[in-house]
Ligand binder design. Structure first.
Ligand SMILES: C[S@@+](CC[C@H](N)C(=O)[O-])C[C@H]1O[C@@H](n2cnc3c(N)ncnc32)[C@H](O)[C@@H]1O
Length: 313
């Protein structure tokens, strides 16, 4: 018998390390306007730093890094000349793909599997949702037997119960997912930020939305099909609990500056709005196609995705 948390950790690691048929489709893969909007936003926070680092958690195909670096090289040459970009990942297969895509930025971009002290911004898009969760219901935790059947037994880590208590979830009779790994990452981020920000984009919820997910938020994908039961070779994700990141962030010296949804965040970026306007006035087929991708981003991701910016005190 294995806890669902351990099984998810193993499955996600295997999924990203295998020669997977890619089942995820992220905002930067829809259009470069996403990465440009992020870059223009982050530029203002790092302008004063002598040697700023942009530290991306989970680089995926490297597309977000490519768009951010392109933006800085073209529109912020002074900042570009002093900045370094670091990708943190555990998948050597994906790191090879990232290196290939980012070849033209050799010397500017680095890879790491460890945190290190830095001044700048640690950021991620669709990283925290990959982290494994403990699944709890009525004081019991979900385990899986050898046939991946569900078994509910005593909790494997007392910290899950402490989290439920602190977050006020103790008496909820529903499935609650507790991501202790999110807290461990948050702590590492905070400890290594000498000065700077933590910036998270992901699909997620807050405590007040929790009752909308009585069966939890876990989903598994294989070959773009959605599976509700655990099976081998799946990409498994859980929505990110942003209230948890905010509450425990305080313990680690991270203060919330911004929390909003992706649609509002993007529509507040002048660059993104200008691009939307320009594309909507154009009749070039390529622009019409890009406009439709931006609308998909705003409509299908805009509400579900949240944006959190924390400052290291
Ligand atoms: C969905 S992809 C991110 C996509 C990318 N940020 C984008 O916007 O296109 C998740 C990435 O996080 C990495 N990852 C997932 N869990 C990780 C972990 N525990 N430690 C390090 N990297 C992890 C995966 O290898 C993959 O590169």
């Amino acid at each position: 018998m294995i806890s669902f948390r351990d099984w998810m950790a193993k499955s996600v690691r295997e999924y990203y390390r295998s020669d997977f048929r890619k089942d995820f489709f992220t905002a930067p893969e829809l259009d470069r306007a996403f990465g440009y909007a992020l870059a223009s936003y982050m530029a203002e926070f790092i302008r004063g730093y002598p040697e700023p680092t942009l530290f991306e958690l989970g680089g995926g195909s490297g597309i977000l890094a490519y768009d951010i670096l392109t933006y800085f090289r073209e529109r912020e040459p002074d900042l570009y000349s002093k900045l370094r970009y670091c990708i943190y990942d555990f998948s050597h297969e994906l790191m090879d793909i990232q290196r290939h895509r980012l070849g033209e930025f050799e010397g500017k971009v680095f890879w790491t599997e460890k945190f290190f002290p830095l001044q700048g911004i640690v950021f991620s898009n669709e990283f925290f949702d990959c982290l494994p969760v403990h699944v709890i219901k009525g004081g019991k935790e979900l385990f899986l037997d050898d046939a991946l059947g569900e078994v509910w037994a005593n909790v494997s880590d007392v910290r899950t119960m402490e989290v439920l208590k602190r977050m006020g979830y103790e008496d909820l009779f529903q499935v609650v997912e507790v991501c202790l790994d999110c807290l461990d990452f948050l702590k590492s981020v905070a400890e290594n930020l000498l000065e700077g920000y933590h910036f998270v984009i992901d699909y997620g919820y807050t405590s007040k939305d929790l009752t909308r997910f009585p069966e939890g938020t876990l989903v598994g994908y294989r070959a773009h099909r959605l599976y509700s039961r655990p099976s081998e070779g799946m990409d498994i994700t859980a929505h990110v609990n942003f209230s948890l990141l905010e509450e425990y962030g305080k313990d680690f010296g991270l203060e919330r500056l911004v929390f909003t949804n992706l649609r509002d965040f993007l529509l507040q970026r002048p660059l993104f709005r200008e691009e939307l306007e320009r594309l909507s006035l154009s009749d070039r087929p390529e622009d019409i196609e890009r406009l439709s991708r931006l609308k998909t981003m705003l409509i299908s991701m805009g509400e579900r995705f949240k944006v959190l910016l924390q400052k290291k005190l």
